[in-house]
Design a protein around this ligand. Structure first.
Ligand code: FEO
Length: 163
């Protein structure tokens, strides 16, 4: 069964959101490079790659359903943040928004009786739990660190280990 237009449109919109997320996190990586926190930058680059992977999962799904992938332009993200905690707070808020978008597509798929899309989105529902939990944990650690340079450098090393 060919994918319905409504569902295809919503998934294409989500591809754009995932590509914007990739762009946003790459911009955050560049911000961290600019303040010499290379471990934080590494974490954000890995996150940016992951977001492109999310976009590609949706792309491949539309192709598999004999639909048409429709790419649009991607907004330019900010290039500077006030502090590491400001960047991670924005990451967390962005991920909460993405979760709600995924939930909206899931509701649409259910309304349209599109079980294949529902099943495909299951992966994203689980992934979003991590996507929210990871920045939240880093925010909590940054709150503990406060103004300790030592603590910040230790967290920088830890984030630099991200696979
Ligand atoms: Fe692709 Fe971070 O959600």
């Amino acid at each position: 069964m060919v994918i319905k237009d409504k569902v295809q449109k919503a998934i294409n919109k989500q591809i754009n959101v995932e590509l914007y997320s990739s762009h946003l996190y790459l911009s955050m990586a560049a911000y961290f490079e600019s303040i010499s926190l290379r471990g934080f930058a590494h974490w954000m680059k890995a996150q940016s790659d992951e977001e492109r992977g999310h976009a590609m999962k949706l792309y491949e799904y539309i192709v598999e359903r004999n639909g048409i992938v429709g790419l649009t332009e991607i907004d330019g993200p900010k290039t500077e943040w006030k502090s590491p905690i400001a960047a991670f707070s924005e990451t967390y808020a962005h991920e909460v928004k993405v979760t709600s978008m995924i939930n909206d597509i899931l509701s649409l798929a259910r309304e349209e009786g599109d079980y294949a899309t529902e099943e495909m989105l299951d992966w994203f529902v689980h992934e979003q739990m991590d996507e929210e939990a990871n920045p939240k944990l880093i925010i909590d650690k940054l709150k503990i660190i406060k103004d300790s340079g030592d603590g910040l450098l230790r967290l920088d090393s830890e984030l630099g280990e991200r696979k």
